[in-house]
Design a protein around this ligand. Sequence first.
Ligand code: SF4
Length: 173
Amino acid sequence: MDLKVPENFHMEASACHLDKPCYRVVLQVEDSLDRLMPYLNAVAKVIQYEPGDDPVMILKIDGYRVALRSREIAIGSVADRQEGTEAVVSVMGFLEDIWQKRDEITPNYKPRRRPPALELYKLLPGTNCGDCGEPACMAFAVKLSLDRVTAEACPYLKKDSKSMKKVGELLGF
Ligand code: SF4
């Protein structure tokens, strides 16, 4: 499988909850990533995995949200082209490393689905205080389930609390 860092990649404006502009890096790869995904599913921070004829995987690599399709890798969000280049190097290095180590890894073919927003909502404080920038806890839970915000954006979800641990289990971090 050819997982070398490509010379060129595309950057597109991305929806972002931050006030600054942010971008998504999109690159095409020659070889299908289908065979790599079950190995990633066994060892990486996978948020979603839909195997099948047109598999999709969403995972976290070095803090970046990465979406994989058979021949496409999308990485976001990055602030500019320099960060985009660093993210591509980091993500491609990780994917290459897992591919090289595949003989030592038992592949996992089980799908992983995003946790429903309601399940996440039950773990939030429920005060609808708005300090996370969302109008209510349910709105925050919806964005959390879509991986559009991080759990840390709710200041009342304490780092080592049971709720945060459960959120981490559901979201795969
Ligand atoms: S900061 Fe936390 S408690 Fe307040 S609205 Fe957001 S999710 Fe709910």
